[in-house]
Design a binder for this molecule. Sequence first.
Ligand SMILES: Nc1ncnc2c1ncn2[C@@H]1O[C@H](COP(=O)(O)OP(=O)(O)O)[C@@H](O)[C@H]1O
Ligand SMILES: [Mg+2]
Length: 242
Amino acid sequence: MIRIEDVSKRYPGGHDALKGLSLQVDKGEMVFVTGHSGAGKSTLLRLIALIDRPTNGQVIVDGQNTSRVSRRKIPGYRRQIGMVFQDHKLLYDRPVFDNVALPLVIAGIGHRDAARKVRAALDQVSLLDKEKQFPETLSSGEQQRVGIARAIVSRPKLLIADEPTGNLDPDLSLEVMRIFRRFNEVGVTLLIASHDIALIDQLGCRRIALANGALQVEEEEDVVAEYAERLESEQERENWPQ
Ligand SMILES: Nc1ncnc2c1ncn2[C@@H]1O[C@H](COP(=O)(O)OP(=O)(O)O)[C@@H](O)[C@H]1O
Ligand SMILES: [Mg+2]
């Protein structure tokens, strides 16, 4: 579903946020991107969402090479990707219903069809009874669920989320992850940036660790260390007289 091939991103000013990064996320996977603040997680998600372009390398999403998606075609491209942000990015002067309907309105979908889709999305995040409320009357967890409903209202094949539980306590975080897991179970591919390692381990999902804009090599070092240890103990065993 996502192929990142030797991608680099240099921001104006010369900072290299990504350095020759390659990775792949298969259709139907639920994968986490972890890493310290500044590791390049948000940059990676922005390139996938075509909010920004790589300096070098290829970003291929569902068989489409994003470098060939022209400016004019970006809105159509984004319609197949759901995006969830840490700070919700809700419209606070609009009720929940309008917030979730926004992508459908932009896509020019008729009112009746849109209303049906909005209610289906709100149902999936258990907020059907709040459609007339304004975001600020909702809890932080509920606001995040409105953001999730908006992200999935167009039934995207791919959902990307940038630290979606960054502002939530552990119980609410788990609830959000359970919602994501349910989407995953019906075939949505998810790529989620998070540094909540405990939560990720609890879910048992694959983890891609970034450090300074590249894949973290620590795991590889662990494997080597483990191998060396095993060799040593085998040698010790051999040295023992039988
Ligand atoms: N628009 C920008 N202009 C310049 N530098 C940026 C910009 N966005 C991010 N960076 C820098 O790129 C690096 C990676 O940032 P980011 O992708 O946001 O990391 P993360 O999401 O893992 O915290 C950081 O050092 C950050 O300061
Ligand atoms: Mg970030």
